[in-house]
Design a protein around this ligand. Structure first.
Ligand code: HEC
Length: 126
């Protein structure tokens, strides 16, 4: 009998923790979704589409690789690094350092929040 209040408190604690986790996860997903749609706009407005094609968008460039299924690839930059968000961000911000002579200018002048949003969009391109 003396133990039941403790059990109740522990149970409540667990519920509180799990609902906190759940709401955190939902918040994160919503953020990534809105960030990806901002990234899609930024991709188009920043001029990436002048060189890259993404099927189903106004991006119809032909100088760079077609990015329609970028996120399904194992590597980027013609095999120079694994396809991860971090490497995409590096690629976009420091193109000429990552691959000197690449026919893509570095976009390090963009605010980090904008390149992050573009990356959130690019990783949805399966
Ligand atoms: C002047 C043309 C040009 C512009 C503008 C441009 N790119 Fe590129 N991009 C290229 C070329 C060319 C490559 C291939 C480089 C290589 O591998 O040597 C490339 C490669 C890439 C890759 C790696 C693709 C792969 O197949 O591995 C990504 C991702 C990328 N660009 C994203 C972007 C984003 C995002 C922007 C806008 C912020 C952008 N590019 C603007 C020409 C361009």
């Amino acid at each position: 009998m003396a133990r039941s209040p403790h059990l109740c408190v522990s149970a409540l604690f667990l519920i509180a923790i799990s609902s906190l986790c759940a709401s955190g996860a939902v918040g994160q997903e919503t953020k990534t979704k809105s960030s990806a749609s901002a990234g899609r706009q930024l991709f188009l407005s920043t001029g990436c589409g002048a060189c890259h094609r993404i099927a189903g968008t106004d991006a119809q460039g032909e100088i760079g690789p077609d990015l329609t299924h970028l996120a399904s690839r194992a590597t980027i930059g013609a095999n120079i690094m694994p396809m991860t968000s971090e490497n995409l961000s590096k690629w976009i911000r420091h193109t000429q350092m990552v691959k000197p002579g690449a026919r893509m200018p570095s976009f390090g002048m963009l605010p980090v929040a904008e390149t992050d949003a573009i990356v959130d969009y690019l990783v949805t391109l399966k």
